[in-house]
Design a protein around this ligand. Structure first.
Ligand code: NAD
Ligand code: GLY
Length: 371
């Protein structure tokens, strides 16, 4: 088992990563919080695969345990479903000392975290992530949110968990496509901050087939260290944290242009990372060798993204609609080398469009546009 501490003043917490760790670590963690009622929030899929798994782990604590089961899917990550959590908490007599456990992927984690941030002005929650994406990205760092019809993750809060337990055994039942989507976020952390991690992932790509937990534990630990380090310096995304959005300029565009129906977030970010790498090279920041190194790796992972026809005005509108856009320009995350990223501030949508057209011509394996 590996342990990592996230040190945000006033919100320090521990992350455990390993296999067969939940049964022992979860009851120990619970003891620290002096709660009487624990509410587990999960979804129908996870509940069917792992019925009352958390509850069984915590049986010996003698605490009151309740289970709130939500429908599965990004389409339910909204205020209506959030209300189901509030209703459940109130029906079960929850108070400020109640502890909520998010048991699931990023959707459950984001919704549960937001419920914890807002219920009675804030109660503690902890994360038991069950997807690779939640392990390496969403379960740490404290971004919580639900979607609004007019925008993804637009209603949310920063709320750090009190503990995160990454039991890797849950990954055994995860669909391969979901695994690859999470893998992109691991690769992202390597490309932007850690050349050694990037090399490690390149050399152990077979882990997506073998699910070798020793390899995964090491990679997830390195990746979480990177994210924790960034979040410790810039929890509320005033500057540095934006670098974690590497690949998101085009990634977000792909998701909105395809109405969030065709590609997983990680897949869109995968193509977006290829684009940002290409842009870094084209603009003269990145060497040919590093460019080829990254592109040849991503090419083996990215599903060819198919986009409906579009022109500059639609491209501009969608690019600038990203929450991370700054009025008429974009803070585009680029790289100078593998492991060295920077914010290319105030990048014009015209320049991004120009680069995008060259990109799809040169790398149709990443993204194609119908004419
Ligand atoms: P998800 O939570 O929808 O999970 C993907 C699918 O896998 C779901 O159908 C889920 O029920 C199923 N599943 C989960 N664990 C499983 C398991 N062990 N075995 C079998 N099936 C399992 O998707 P995700 O990729 O985990 O998370 C995506 C969400 O995370 C998005 O809403 C995104 O906005 C959010 N996100 C948040 C942050 C953050 O910092 N808070 C960062 C990145 C992404
Ligand atoms: N997923 C990027 C962040 O947490 O900031």
């Amino acid at each position: 088992m590996k342990t990592l501490e996230v040190q945000i003043p006033g919100y320090e917490y521990i992350i455990h990563i390993g296999t067969q760790i939940l049964d022992e670590q979860l009851p120990l963690a619970i003891q620290r919080f002096g709660t009487e009622l624990i509410v587990v929030v999960t979804n129908t899929t996870i509940h069917a695969l792992y019925p009352f798994h958390i509850e069984k782990c915590l049986e010996s604590t003698g605490l009151q345990l309740e289970t709130c089961i939500l429908p599965d899917g990004e389409q339910y990550k909204n205020l209506e479903t959030l209300n189901q959590i509030y209703d459940f908490l109130l029906q079960k007599g929850a108070n400020r000392k109640t502890l909520i456990i998010a048991f699931g992927g990023g959707v459950i984690g984001d919704m549960t975290g937001f419920a914890a941030a807002t219920f009675m002005r804030g109660i503690p929650y902890l994360q038991v992530p069950t997807t690779l994406l939640a392990d390496v990205d969403s379960s740490i760092g404290g971004k919580t949110a639900v979607n609004h019809l007019l925008g993804k993750n637009t209603i949310g809060a920063f709320k750090q968990p009190v503990y995160v337990c990454m039991e890797l055994n849950f990954l055994k039942t995860l669909a391969k496509r979901e695994l690859v989507a999470g893998f992109f976020e691991l690769v992202k952390h390597g490309i932007i901050y850690d050349a050694k991690l990037f090399k490690f992932l390149k050399e152990h790509q077979e882990v997506l087939e073998t699910l070798d937990f020793a390899i995964l534990e090491e990679a997830i630990h390195a990746s979480c260290r990177i994210k924790a380090n960034v979040v410790e310096q810039d929890e509320k995304e005033q500057g540095l944290r934006a670098t974690l959005n590497f690949g998101h300029t085009l990634g977000h565009f792909i998701e909105t242009h395809t109405n969030y129906t065709s590609y997983l977030h990680g897949e869109a970010v995968g193509a977006g990372m290829a684009f940002a790498t290409f842009a870094s090279y084209e603009l003269g920041f990145l060497s040919e060798t590093a460019y080829q190194d990254i592109i040849s790796f991503l090419e083996t992972l990215v599903p060819a993204i198919q986009l409906a026809p579009l022109d500059y005005s639609l491209f501009k509108e969608l690019i600038l609609h990203d929450k991370k856009a700054n009025q008429q320009s974009v803070h585009f995350i680029l790289i100078k080398d593998i492991g060295q990223c920077f914010i290319h501030k105030n990048t014009s949508p015209e320049l991004i469009w120009e680069l995008f057209q060259k990109f799809i011509e040169k790398h149709p394996w990443a993204c194609q546009m119908a004419t």
